[in-house]
Design a binder for this molecule. Structure first.
Ligand code: URA
Length: 232
C-alpha cells in the first residue's frame, strides 16, 4: 500500500493485533473483537489447530484421529451427531460409515443440498472405545469445542441427530420424543431435534417422522420465523 489512508492504517493494525492475539488466547475465551472482522473459515481453522492434539480426556489415548467436523464455515445448517465411530476415527471425517451414507442421502436427496453446503460434526470429537456411550468427563472436556464451532458458524438452524446431542445442547428431557415436534433454541439459534441415522437403519418406520423434521429445517433455512412454526 503506497499511501494508506488513516482508516486503512487502523484496519491493518487491528488485523495484526488480532493475529497476534489469536496465538495467545485459548479458544474458550477468545471471541471476535469486531463483527466486521468475523472470518468463519479462518476462525474454524485456528480452532482446529488449537485442538487437533487435544489431550483433555482419556479418549486421546485410544483415538486414531480427532474428528473435528467438516463443511461450510458459513453454513446455514449445522448437524450435530454423537461421537465418531470406527470409520470416522479411521478417516478423521464425520459420518462416513453406514449411518453417514444414510445421512448423506437425507442431505442430498431429501434436502437437495450437498454436504459441502452445511457443517457436520459431533458432540465428542474422539471415538469412545467400542462405540460405548460418551461419559460425563468426556462431554465436559469436549463441549467447549462444539460451543465455539457454533459460535463461529452461527447457523440459521442446528439439527441434532439422536437423543444424545439434543440432551447436551438443550439440557432437558430424557427420551428423543420429549424433544421432537417443536423448535427449541440454543443460545438464540433454532434447534430441530431428529432421529439419529443409525436409528433409521434399525427402524425404517422412523423415516417418515424424520422427513417431517427435515421439512421444518428447510422452512427455517428458507427464512420462515422459527417462533411461528410451533408444533408439528
Ligand atoms: N455416529 C455419530 O454420531 N457420528 C458420526 O460421525 C458417525 C456415527
Amino acid at each position: 500500500m503506497d499511501n494508506p489512508s488513516p482508516k486503512q492504517q487502523i484496519k491493518a493494525l487491528l488485523e495484526e493485533l488480532m493475529e497476534e492475539g489469536e496465538q495467545y488466547l485459548p479458544y474458550k475465551i477468545k471471541s471476535s473483537p469486531l463483527k466486521n472482522f468475523h472470518q468463519p473459515q479462518q476462525e474454524l481453522d485456528l480452532l482446529y489447530q488449537q485442538v487437533k492434539n487435544c489431550q483433555s480426556c482419556k479418549l486421546a489415548a485410544t483415538r486414531k484421529n480427532l474428528v473435528f467436523g467438516e463443511g461450510n464455515a458459513n453454513a446455514n445448517l449445522v448437524m450435530v451427531g454423537e461421537a465418531p465411530g470406527a470409520d470416522e476415527d479411521a478417516t478423521g471425517k464425520p459420518f462416513v460409515g453406514r449411518a453417514g451414507k444414510l445421512l448423506t442421502d437425507i442431505i442430498t436427496k431429501g434436502m437437495e443440498l450437498s454436504r459441502d453446503e452445511i457443517f457436520i460434526c459431533n458432540v465428542l470429537k474422539c471415538r469412545p472405545p467400542l462405540n460405548r456411550d460418551p461419559e460425563k468427563d468426556e462431554i465436559d472436556a469436549c463441549m467447549g469445542i462444539l460451543q465455539k464451532q457454533l459460535e463461529i458458524i452461527n447457523p440459521k438452524v442446528i439439527c441434532t441427530l439422536g437423543r444424545f446431542s439434543a440432551f447436551v445442547l438443550l439440557g432437558k428431557g430424557k427420551k428423543l420424543g420429549d424433544y421432537r415436534g417443536k423448535v427449541h433454541f440454543y443460545r438464540n439459534i433454532p434447534v430441530v431435534v431428529t432421529y439419529h441415522p443409525s436409528a433409521l437403519l434399525r427402524n425404517p418406520n422412523l423415516k417418515r417422522p424424520t422427513w417431517d423434521d427435515v421439512k421444518i429445517i428447510l422452512r427455517i433455512m428458507s427464512g420462515d420465523d422459527p417462533n411461528q412454526i410451533g408444533y408439528w
